[in-house]
Design a protein around this ligand. Structure first.
Ligand code: NAI
Length: 387
């Protein structure tokens, strides 16, 4: 099979590696010739490192490198059965690229976008054959992160989705099906990890370091929210929050925060700018110990909001409970699936916790999902009790 990749940036290059590793030929296109050669050099460097570490056999490494061709026009794309677009996150530019590309591809070629925030329906709408389009959303870095969200739009043919599912499984990735709604699964369900943590800070409960420590110690998250935002980049994380908030018609649950906005305005973007919520100078950061009831309360409030978001995603049929839990574990390394975790706490306890927050603040932000109420009424759970 031949994969076409449009856009040789961070994501496009990673996706090309994933496919070449399992034996697909890859044709990589970018508007910028400089970017194409950077991508080629980056793959060579990766191959060299993995051979040195003994993870790739030298013969396999040369085969993998030889499978990727770098081109500066769309015409070679006529050989592809699947093309994944990973260019700049701009709807008008993406639509133009899809329209132009379609003139060069076979009628049975599937056209996918790696967009994190745009609607697949709007991209597919630029095509003569929209039934062949869907979202195939990898996580960064694509060769490392197992999760791939597969997003059919209202126009996507079931056969298109079925073929994409098979290919993602062939690539040894964990595919989950998500509805074409803002943030798909991960970028929607994960919002409270950041926003509720920032709110706790804004209310003066605890410092960035204390909140991070509480979530790591009591929630067993690998990174705290502030460390993670600094790692992702506050500019990138803020842009996703704002886009999800707008796309949900300003639902208060997704409201961005002034704290993060001010950090972006100040240029405190995180690791990449040397300063975010933390400073990334030469001095090591002091470890904060977060013990006792306050740490547990902080973790509980953030996790309650995450659980509510996951439950609401089931309510709105964004994905199945199994896929939602899988997505958070394999896309963002959560220690547990949020729905299985809610079962473990007891749905009644989760509902009570959210109702207390809603009563305390009187805000719609804390409204429990209707599905949670229904399940509590019926004594239901998401997954059967394990033996
Ligand atoms: P990037 O900025 O690293 O790469 C984008 C590439 O597209 C650049 O090489 C640029 O020259 C090229 N390009 C721009 N316009 C083009 C055009 N008209 N035709 C051909 N090439 C063009 O961006 P990145 O981070 O790789 O993101 C790409 C897409 O993947 C975006 O839609 C983004 O939202 C999505 N995404 C990004 C993730 C991330 O963590 N960076 C994670 C998942 C999805």
């Amino acid at each position: 099979m031949v994969l076409g990749v449009i856009g040789a940036g961070a994501m496009g290059s990673g996706i090309a590696q994933v496919a070449a590793q399992i034996g697909w030929d890859v044709i990589m296109y970018d508007l910028s010739k400089e970017q194409l050669s950077k991508s080629e050099q980056a793959l060579e460097q990766t191959a060299k490192k993995l051979v040195e570490k003994g993870k790739w056999d030298p013969d396999d490494a040369s085969k993998i490198l030889a499978r990727v061709k770098y081109v500066d026009s769309y015409s070679p794309m006529s050989a592809c059965g699947l093309i994944i677009e990973a260019i700049v996150e701009n709807l008008e530019v993406k639509k133009k690229v899809f329209t132009e590309l379609e003139a060069h591809v076979r009628p049975d070629c599937i056209l996918a976008s790696n967009t994190s925030s745009l609607s697949i329906a709007s991209i597919a709408g630029a095509l003569k054959l929209p039934a062949r389009a869907l979202g195939i959303h990898f996580f960064n870095p694509a060769p490392v992160m197992p999760l791939v969200e597969i997003i059919p739009s209202v126009q996507t043919a079931p056969e298109t989705t079925a073929r994409a599912e098979k290919w993602i499984a062939d690539w040894k990735k964990v595919g989950v099906i998500a509805k074409d709604t803002p943030g798909f699964i991960v970028n929607r369900v994960a919002r409270p990890f950041y926003s509720e943590s920032i709110r706790i800070y804004e209310e003066g409960w605890a410092s960035f370091a204390e909140i991070d420590a509480a979530l790591k110690k009591y929630g067993r998250f690998r990174m705290g929210p502030f460390e993670l935002m600094d790692f992702i980049g506050n500019d990138v994380n803020y842009a996703v929050t704002e886009s999800v908030f707008h796309a949900f018609y300003f639902d208060p649950r997704y409201r961005p925060s002034f704290t993060q906005k001010r950090h972006v305005e100040a240029g405190w973007l995180g690791r990449k700018s040397g300063r975010g919520y933390y400073s990334y100078g030469s001095e090591p950061r002091e470890d904060v110990v977060m013990g006792g009831a306050r740490g547990e309360q902080i973790m509980r409030r953030v996790v309650l909001m995450l659980m509510n978001e996951a439950i609401d995603a089931v309510f709105w049929n964004v994905a199945s409970p199994k896929d939602i839990d899988l997505a958070m574990k394999r896309g963002v390394n959560y220690p547990k699936g949020l729905l299985a975790w809610a079962d473990e706490w007891g749905l009644e306890d989760v509902l009570r916790g959210l109702e207390q927050l809603q009563a305390e603040y009187g805000e719609d932000r804390y409204r429990p999902s209707p599905l949670l109420r229904k399940m509590v009424r019926e004594g239901a759970r998401f997954f059967p009790v394990e033996d």
